[in-house]
Design a protein around this ligand. Structure first.
Ligand SMILES: [Mn+2]
Length: 439
């Protein structure tokens, strides 16, 4: 027992690995990071306010060693920071190795404002590895520091980089993150307990998916969840995946109590109202059906919210949503009365007006009765039939369409898809022939 440990202990946490494919002299590989020898710290102690420090086999020019970087009792000097950086560098390196490094510098200590520094400085020693970003646009960082030995981190500390932020991708494949990051960044009103609830829900979701994930606290009050990613995914892929997970989790738990939600909404809308008024734009609130929001589903709720913001805020009604949520669509129009600012039309099945069960003559005459003379905004969202019972076999567009992925997702999320020109024109015409004679 050379190490003083039992065979079981060694097996559970080996310090060396035997590589049988390597020649005998090189077969034994250390798995324990190279530690900083104590005499290196003694040497740093013996330097004056600056000098050359030999650390991890490199000769490093160190400066302003007595400068206080962290005020307090006792204060922490740059000399102590460098000793600390050298102690943690071997342990930290595996997480930073081969990754371009964004440095957050505080050369005058943490009491002054820090700033980002990404460009590898010209004066860096030649052994501080440089990676040139082939995709850098004009004005962007062209060359990054890549830490691939412990001395580089000590150099960074001497450069005032108190925070080391490695990229989540490696220099050899900068477009492929090796981690996806779920950033739970609480607003000012979110309590720590609420943030923990949200974090635990993410844990449940990630467990459910069989995905390895680890949480860490961020600098102030946030939590990040890191998920290792196999090669082959882009940042766009991981961002979309993270957004999907977080949206799903967010649906499980309301963001606040009903009273908080109402207060947040009134405050935000009051701010929007000020901007809208300044720009000469009339603001109105549209209730949506329960499958799209849990918050404002009916006309009287929208009116109460509008009243809480300002008397000149209007209400927008939508026949499709009203058909799902209201007791009586015509009574709702009357209840909103002069506050009605916009009116969205589609039939009860969200097809064109006249292709469902709504009573359009009654709707239009009630609008006249309350003195509404604004627009009838056509907002049909044709459902897509994928069964043999499909009545509109030519409904879908088969040619390529110039549309952003976000717009397409919006349409799909609303139960529709890209419609053919012929089908769409038919729907518009149907709305016109149903409504125009009534107006
Ligand atoms: Mn609408």
């Amino acid at each position: 027992m050379l190490s003083g440990r039992t065979n079981e202990e060694v097996l559970a946490d080996p310090h060396r690995l035997w590589r049988s494919e390597a020649p005998a002299a090189e077969a034994s590989v250390s798995l324990v990071p190279e530690e900083l020898p104590d005499d290196a710290v003694d040497e740093l102690e013996s330097l004056g306010t600056g000098g050359t420090w030999e650390v991890f086999g490199r000769r490093l020019k160190v400066t302003n060693l007595d400068k206080v970087l962290f005020p307090g009792d006792p204060p922490v000097t740059k000399r102590e920071l460098l000793a600390y950086a050298a102690r943690v560098a071997p342990l930290t390196l595996p997480y930073l190795e081969n990754r371009p490094l964004n440095m957050h510098r505080y050369p005058n200590g943490v009491q002054a404002r820090g700033f980002w520094h990404k460009q590898r400085p010209q004066h860096a020693p030649s052994w501080v590895r440089c990676w040139e970003n082939p995709d850098a646009d004009e004005g962007e960082t062209t060359a990054y520091v890549v830490p691939d030995e412990p001395a580089v981190l000590v150099w960074a500390a001497n450069f005032g980089a108190l925070e080391w932020h490695p990229w989540t991708s490696r220099a050899e494949s900068p477009h492929e993150p090796t981690y996806a990051l779920i950033d739970l960044d609480p607003g000012e009103r979110t309590t720590w307990e609420e943030l923990l609830t949200l974090t635990r829900l993410h844990r449940t979701a990630l467990d459910h998916l069989g995905v390895t994930a680890r949480a860490k606290v961020t600098g102030r009050r946030g939590i990040q969840i890191w998920v290792p990613v196999v090669p082959g995914y882009t940042f766009e892929d991981t961002r979309a995946w993270v957004a999907h997970i977080s949206r799903t989790v967010g649906k499980v738990v309301p963001d606040g109590t009903p009273e908080q939600e109402w207060q947040w909404c009134v405050e935000s809308l009051t701010e929007i109202h000020e901007h809208a008024n300044a720009a000469g734009v009339r603001m109105c609130i549209e209730p949506l059906n329960r499958f799209e929001t849990h918050f404002v589903n009916r006309g009287e709720q929208a009116l109460a919210l509008a009243d809480a913001v300002a008397p000149d805020v209007g209400v927008c009604l939508d026949c499709f949503h009203m058909n799902i949520e209201e007791v009586d669509l015509l009574e709702t129009i009357r209840a909103i009365g002069p506050r009605l600012t916009d009116f969205h039309v589609a039939d009860n099945n969200r097809m064109a007006c006249g292709m469902g069960a709504l009573d359009w003559p009654a709707i239009v005459s009630t609008l006249k009765e309350v003195g509404y003379d604004g627009a009838l905004t056509v907002e049909f969202v044709a459902p897509i039939d994928r069964t043999p019972a499909n009545r509109y076999p030519d409904a879908l567009e088969t040619n390529p369409v110039d549309i952003s992925p976000e717009e397409l997702q919006f349409i799909i999320d609303h139960g529709s898809s890209l419609l053919s020109e012929g089908f769409y024109s038919m729907l518009v015409e149907k709305c016109a022939t149903t409504l125009l004679p009534l107006i």
